[in-house]
Design a protein. Structure first.
Length: 305
Protein backbone atom coordinates (compact mmCIF):
# COMPACT_ATOMS: atom_id res chain seq x y z
CA UNK A 1 0.00 0.00 0.00
CA UNK A 2 2.86 2.37 0.82
CA UNK A 3 4.61 1.75 -2.50
CA UNK A 4 1.35 2.33 -4.39
CA UNK A 5 0.81 5.60 -2.54
CA UNK A 6 4.38 6.75 -3.28
CA UNK A 7 3.95 5.84 -6.96
CA UNK A 8 0.74 7.84 -7.13
CA UNK A 9 2.44 10.88 -5.58
CA UNK A 10 5.28 10.59 -8.11
CA UNK A 11 2.77 10.50 -10.97
CA UNK A 12 0.55 13.26 -9.63
CA UNK A 13 1.60 15.51 -12.51
CA UNK A 14 -0.04 13.02 -14.88
CA UNK A 15 -3.43 13.40 -13.21
CA UNK A 16 -6.08 15.66 -14.66
CA UNK A 17 -9.54 16.03 -16.14
CA UNK A 18 -11.16 16.85 -19.46
CA UNK A 19 -13.78 19.52 -18.68
CA UNK A 20 -17.17 18.85 -20.28
CA UNK A 21 -18.08 22.57 -20.17
CA UNK A 22 -21.20 21.55 -18.23
CA UNK A 23 -20.57 23.43 -15.01
CA UNK A 24 -22.66 21.33 -12.63
CA UNK A 25 -21.34 18.03 -13.95
CA UNK A 26 -17.73 19.24 -13.94
CA UNK A 27 -18.07 20.37 -10.33
CA UNK A 28 -19.57 17.02 -9.32
CA UNK A 29 -16.65 15.19 -10.97
CA UNK A 30 -14.06 17.62 -9.55
CA UNK A 31 -13.04 18.93 -12.94
CA UNK A 32 -14.62 16.75 -15.60
CA UNK A 33 -13.85 13.36 -17.19
CA UNK A 34 -10.81 12.00 -15.29
CA UNK A 35 -7.57 10.85 -16.90
CA UNK A 36 -6.35 7.28 -16.57
CA UNK A 37 -9.67 5.50 -15.86
CA UNK A 38 -12.77 4.30 -17.70
CA UNK A 39 -15.81 6.57 -17.85
CA UNK A 40 -19.02 4.94 -19.09
CA UNK A 41 -22.06 6.56 -20.70
CA UNK A 42 -25.09 4.28 -20.57
CA UNK A 43 -28.64 4.89 -21.79
CA UNK A 44 -31.33 3.99 -24.33
CA UNK A 45 -30.88 4.60 -28.06
CA UNK A 46 -31.15 8.23 -29.16
CA UNK A 47 -30.82 9.69 -25.66
CA UNK A 48 -27.65 11.66 -26.49
CA UNK A 49 -24.63 9.41 -25.79
CA UNK A 50 -23.02 10.01 -29.19
CA UNK A 51 -23.76 13.76 -28.91
CA UNK A 52 -21.88 13.72 -25.60
CA UNK A 53 -18.94 11.88 -27.21
CA UNK A 54 -18.80 14.29 -30.16
CA UNK A 55 -18.60 17.29 -27.83
CA UNK A 56 -15.87 15.62 -25.75
CA UNK A 57 -13.92 14.84 -28.93
CA UNK A 58 -14.17 18.46 -29.95
CA UNK A 59 -13.03 19.69 -26.54
CA UNK A 60 -10.04 17.33 -26.43
CA UNK A 61 -8.84 18.59 -29.83
CA UNK A 62 -9.19 22.30 -29.00
CA UNK A 63 -6.09 24.41 -28.24
CA UNK A 64 -5.31 24.74 -24.54
CA UNK A 65 -6.10 28.47 -24.58
CA UNK A 66 -9.74 27.54 -25.26
CA UNK A 67 -9.82 24.98 -22.44
CA UNK A 68 -9.01 21.97 -24.62
CA UNK A 69 -6.27 19.35 -24.43
CA UNK A 70 -4.68 20.40 -27.75
CA UNK A 71 -4.40 16.80 -28.90
CA UNK A 72 -5.75 14.13 -31.19
CA UNK A 73 -8.72 11.84 -30.55
CA UNK A 74 -9.10 8.13 -31.33
CA UNK A 75 -12.80 7.48 -31.95
CA UNK A 76 -13.96 3.84 -32.31
CA UNK A 77 -17.26 4.22 -34.18
CA UNK A 78 -18.87 0.78 -33.98
CA UNK A 79 -22.39 1.75 -35.09
CA UNK A 80 -21.41 4.34 -37.73
CA UNK A 81 -23.00 7.17 -35.73
CA UNK A 82 -20.04 9.55 -35.91
CA UNK A 83 -20.94 12.61 -37.96
CA UNK A 84 -18.23 15.07 -39.03
CA UNK A 85 -20.97 17.47 -40.14
CA UNK A 86 -22.52 17.43 -36.68
CA UNK A 87 -19.07 17.82 -35.09
CA UNK A 88 -18.43 20.98 -37.13
CA UNK A 89 -21.90 22.29 -36.26
CA UNK A 90 -21.20 21.88 -32.54
CA UNK A 91 -17.85 23.61 -33.05
CA UNK A 92 -19.33 26.55 -34.96
CA UNK A 93 -22.03 27.11 -32.32
CA UNK A 94 -19.72 26.60 -29.32
CA UNK A 95 -16.47 28.20 -30.56
CA UNK A 96 -17.29 30.46 -33.53
CA UNK A 97 -13.95 32.29 -33.28
CA UNK A 98 -12.23 29.02 -34.26
CA UNK A 99 -14.68 27.18 -36.48
CA UNK A 100 -15.78 30.08 -38.63
CA UNK A 101 -12.25 30.05 -40.02
CA UNK A 102 -12.26 27.27 -42.59
CA UNK A 103 -8.64 26.23 -42.14
CA UNK A 104 -9.02 25.97 -38.36
CA UNK A 105 -12.23 23.95 -38.66
CA UNK A 106 -10.47 21.52 -40.99
CA UNK A 107 -7.51 21.25 -38.64
CA UNK A 108 -9.71 20.52 -35.62
CA UNK A 109 -11.74 17.91 -37.52
CA UNK A 110 -8.52 16.38 -38.86
CA UNK A 111 -7.34 15.69 -35.32
CA UNK A 112 -10.13 13.15 -34.78
CA UNK A 113 -9.26 9.72 -36.15
CA UNK A 114 -12.25 7.42 -36.69
CA UNK A 115 -12.00 3.62 -36.79
CA UNK A 116 -14.97 1.39 -37.66
CA UNK A 117 -14.32 -2.24 -36.64
CA UNK A 118 -16.97 -4.55 -38.07
CA UNK A 119 -16.70 -7.19 -35.35
CA UNK A 120 -15.28 -7.92 -31.92
CA UNK A 121 -12.46 -9.94 -33.51
CA UNK A 122 -11.54 -7.01 -35.78
CA UNK A 123 -11.59 -4.70 -32.78
CA UNK A 124 -9.35 -7.13 -30.88
CA UNK A 125 -6.82 -7.13 -33.73
CA UNK A 126 -6.72 -3.34 -33.81
CA UNK A 127 -6.22 -2.81 -30.06
CA UNK A 128 -2.43 -3.13 -30.23
CA UNK A 129 -2.37 -0.68 -33.14
CA UNK A 130 -4.49 1.68 -31.05
CA UNK A 131 -1.97 1.45 -28.21
CA UNK A 132 0.85 2.51 -30.55
CA UNK A 133 -1.27 5.31 -32.02
CA UNK A 134 -1.96 6.74 -28.57
CA UNK A 135 1.74 7.59 -28.34
CA UNK A 136 2.64 8.37 -31.95
CA UNK A 137 -0.30 10.69 -32.61
CA UNK A 138 -0.37 12.50 -29.25
CA UNK A 139 -3.87 11.16 -28.60
CA UNK A 140 -5.55 12.88 -25.64
CA UNK A 141 -8.92 11.04 -25.69
CA UNK A 142 -10.09 7.53 -26.57
CA UNK A 143 -13.81 6.99 -27.30
CA UNK A 144 -15.45 3.60 -27.90
CA UNK A 145 -19.03 4.04 -29.15
CA UNK A 146 -20.39 1.54 -28.33
CA UNK A 147 -18.79 -1.35 -26.49
CA UNK A 148 -22.06 -3.27 -26.24
CA UNK A 149 -22.49 -3.21 -30.02
CA UNK A 150 -19.15 -4.99 -30.39
CA UNK A 151 -20.44 -8.04 -28.55
CA UNK A 152 -23.78 -8.34 -30.35
CA UNK A 153 -24.36 -12.03 -30.88
CA UNK A 154 -22.36 -12.92 -27.77
CA UNK A 155 -25.45 -12.82 -25.55
CA UNK A 156 -27.35 -15.66 -23.96
CA UNK A 157 -30.90 -14.99 -22.77
CA UNK A 158 -30.29 -11.24 -22.74
CA UNK A 159 -27.22 -11.35 -20.48
CA UNK A 160 -23.64 -11.19 -21.78
CA UNK A 161 -21.20 -14.03 -21.33
CA UNK A 162 -18.93 -12.77 -18.61
CA UNK A 163 -15.78 -14.21 -20.19
CA UNK A 164 -16.40 -12.54 -23.57
CA UNK A 165 -15.05 -9.15 -22.52
CA UNK A 166 -12.67 -10.17 -19.75
CA UNK A 167 -9.49 -9.65 -21.76
CA UNK A 168 -10.83 -6.53 -23.47
CA UNK A 169 -11.77 -4.91 -20.15
CA UNK A 170 -8.26 -5.51 -18.79
CA UNK A 171 -6.59 -4.22 -21.95
CA UNK A 172 -8.70 -1.06 -22.17
CA UNK A 173 -8.11 -0.32 -18.48
CA UNK A 174 -4.37 -0.78 -19.05
CA UNK A 175 -4.57 1.61 -22.02
CA UNK A 176 -6.13 4.25 -19.78
CA UNK A 177 -3.54 3.80 -17.05
CA UNK A 178 -0.63 3.55 -19.50
CA UNK A 179 -1.52 6.61 -21.55
CA UNK A 180 -2.97 8.74 -18.72
CA UNK A 181 -5.79 9.99 -20.94
CA UNK A 182 -9.58 9.97 -20.46
CA UNK A 183 -11.21 6.85 -21.93
CA UNK A 184 -14.96 7.14 -22.58
CA UNK A 185 -17.03 4.08 -23.49
CA UNK A 186 -20.72 4.03 -24.31
CA UNK A 187 -22.97 1.16 -23.26
CA UNK A 188 -26.47 0.14 -24.25
CA UNK A 189 -29.39 -0.95 -22.10
CA UNK A 190 -31.33 -4.19 -22.03
CA UNK A 191 -34.51 -5.46 -20.42
CA UNK A 192 -34.30 -6.65 -16.84
CA UNK A 193 -35.96 -9.98 -16.09
CA UNK A 194 -38.20 -10.15 -13.03
CA UNK A 195 -35.95 -12.62 -11.22
CA UNK A 196 -32.67 -10.87 -12.07
CA UNK A 197 -30.55 -9.32 -9.33
CA UNK A 198 -29.31 -6.06 -10.78
CA UNK A 199 -27.67 -4.37 -7.79
CA UNK A 200 -23.97 -3.61 -7.88
CA UNK A 201 -21.99 -3.03 -4.71
CA UNK A 202 -21.90 0.74 -5.34
CA UNK A 203 -25.67 1.00 -5.80
CA UNK A 204 -27.13 -1.06 -2.95
CA UNK A 205 -29.16 1.00 -0.54
CA UNK A 206 -30.98 -1.75 1.29
CA UNK A 207 -30.21 -5.46 1.30
CA UNK A 208 -33.85 -6.07 2.20
CA UNK A 209 -35.19 -4.57 -1.03
CA UNK A 210 -37.25 -7.13 -2.93
CA UNK A 211 -37.94 -7.70 -6.61
CA UNK A 212 -41.49 -6.46 -6.06
CA UNK A 213 -40.09 -3.18 -4.70
CA UNK A 214 -38.10 -2.66 -7.90
CA UNK A 215 -40.99 -3.44 -10.24
CA UNK A 216 -42.96 -0.51 -8.86
CA UNK A 217 -40.74 1.77 -10.96
CA UNK A 218 -41.52 2.69 -14.54
CA UNK A 219 -38.34 1.18 -15.97
CA UNK A 220 -37.08 -2.37 -16.24
CA UNK A 221 -33.95 -1.38 -18.12
CA UNK A 222 -30.44 -2.15 -16.89
CA UNK A 223 -27.01 -1.53 -18.35
CA UNK A 224 -25.76 -4.18 -20.76
CA UNK A 225 -22.38 -5.97 -20.53
CA UNK A 226 -22.90 -7.37 -17.04
CA UNK A 227 -21.48 -6.91 -13.58
CA UNK A 228 -17.80 -7.53 -14.41
CA UNK A 229 -17.90 -4.60 -16.77
CA UNK A 230 -19.76 -2.48 -14.19
CA UNK A 231 -16.96 -3.10 -11.68
CA UNK A 232 -14.34 -2.12 -14.27
CA UNK A 233 -15.65 1.39 -14.92
CA UNK A 234 -14.70 4.13 -12.46
CA UNK A 235 -17.36 6.65 -13.49
CA UNK A 236 -20.82 5.65 -14.72
CA UNK A 237 -23.00 8.38 -16.20
CA UNK A 238 -26.57 7.33 -17.00
CA UNK A 239 -28.51 9.25 -19.64
CA UNK A 240 -32.25 8.70 -19.24
CA UNK A 241 -35.67 10.26 -19.79
CA UNK A 242 -38.48 10.70 -17.27
CA UNK A 243 -41.82 12.23 -18.31
CA UNK A 244 -40.21 13.54 -21.48
CA UNK A 245 -37.29 15.28 -19.70
CA UNK A 246 -33.73 14.07 -20.24
CA UNK A 247 -31.33 13.65 -17.31
CA UNK A 248 -27.60 12.98 -16.91
CA UNK A 249 -27.17 10.94 -13.76
CA UNK A 250 -23.90 10.36 -11.88
CA UNK A 251 -24.71 6.79 -10.88
CA UNK A 252 -21.19 5.71 -9.91
CA UNK A 253 -18.27 7.87 -8.83
CA UNK A 254 -15.62 7.61 -6.10
CA UNK A 255 -15.82 11.37 -5.51
CA UNK A 256 -19.46 12.38 -6.04
CA UNK A 257 -22.79 11.42 -4.48
CA UNK A 258 -25.47 10.19 -6.91
CA UNK A 259 -26.75 13.32 -8.69
CA UNK A 260 -29.08 13.98 -11.63
CA UNK A 261 -28.91 16.99 -13.96
CA UNK A 262 -31.73 17.83 -16.42
CA UNK A 263 -30.47 18.58 -19.91
CA UNK A 264 -31.48 19.40 -23.46
CA UNK A 265 -29.63 18.78 -26.71
CA UNK A 266 -29.11 21.94 -28.73
CA UNK A 267 -27.19 22.84 -31.88
CA UNK A 268 -24.13 23.44 -29.66
CA UNK A 269 -24.40 20.06 -27.95
CA UNK A 270 -25.67 18.98 -24.55
CA UNK A 271 -26.82 21.86 -22.35
CA UNK A 272 -27.62 21.46 -18.64
CA UNK A 273 -30.85 23.15 -17.60
CA UNK A 274 -29.56 23.51 -14.04
CA UNK A 275 -26.11 23.28 -12.48
CA UNK A 276 -27.64 22.19 -9.18
CA UNK A 277 -27.79 18.43 -9.21
CA UNK A 278 -30.73 16.55 -7.73
CA UNK A 279 -29.40 14.11 -5.14
CA UNK A 280 -30.67 10.56 -5.61
CA UNK A 281 -31.38 7.79 -3.13
CA UNK A 282 -32.62 4.22 -3.20
CA UNK A 283 -33.58 2.50 -6.48
CA UNK A 284 -33.43 5.77 -8.44
CA UNK A 285 -29.63 5.53 -8.38
CA UNK A 286 -29.42 2.50 -10.64
CA UNK A 287 -32.81 2.61 -12.40
CA UNK A 288 -32.67 3.58 -16.08
CA UNK A 289 -35.89 5.34 -17.09
CA UNK A 290 -37.18 5.77 -20.61
CA UNK A 291 -40.46 7.65 -20.20
CA UNK A 292 -41.71 9.91 -22.98
CA UNK A 293 -38.46 9.60 -24.91
CA UNK A 294 -38.25 9.72 -28.71
CA UNK A 295 -35.48 7.81 -30.47
CA UNK A 296 -34.62 10.79 -32.67
CA UNK A 297 -33.20 14.10 -31.48
CA UNK A 298 -34.89 16.95 -33.32
CA UNK A 299 -33.87 20.57 -33.50
CA UNK A 300 -33.26 23.17 -36.17
CA UNK A 301 -35.37 21.24 -38.65
CA UNK A 302 -32.93 18.31 -38.70
CA UNK A 303 -32.96 14.83 -37.22
CA UNK A 304 -29.95 13.40 -35.46
CA UNK A 305 -29.41 9.93 -34.05
Amino acid sequence: ALSLMELRVQNEHLAGHLPTHMKGLDEALCGGIPFGVLTELVGPAGIGKTQFCLKLSLLASLPAIYGGLDGHVMYIDVESKFSSRRLIEIGVKSFPEIFQRKEMAQEMAGRIHVLRPASLSEFTESLQQIKVSLLQNQVKLLVIDSMAALVTGEFEHGAPRQNTLGWHVSFIKSLAEFSRIPVVVTNQVRSQSRDETCHYFFQVQSWNETIEDRTRHDSHLVAALGINWAHAVTIRLVLEAKSGQRFIKVAKSPISPPLAFPFNITSSGILLLSDDGIELTGPDINAIHCQGHNDIINFGGESLQ
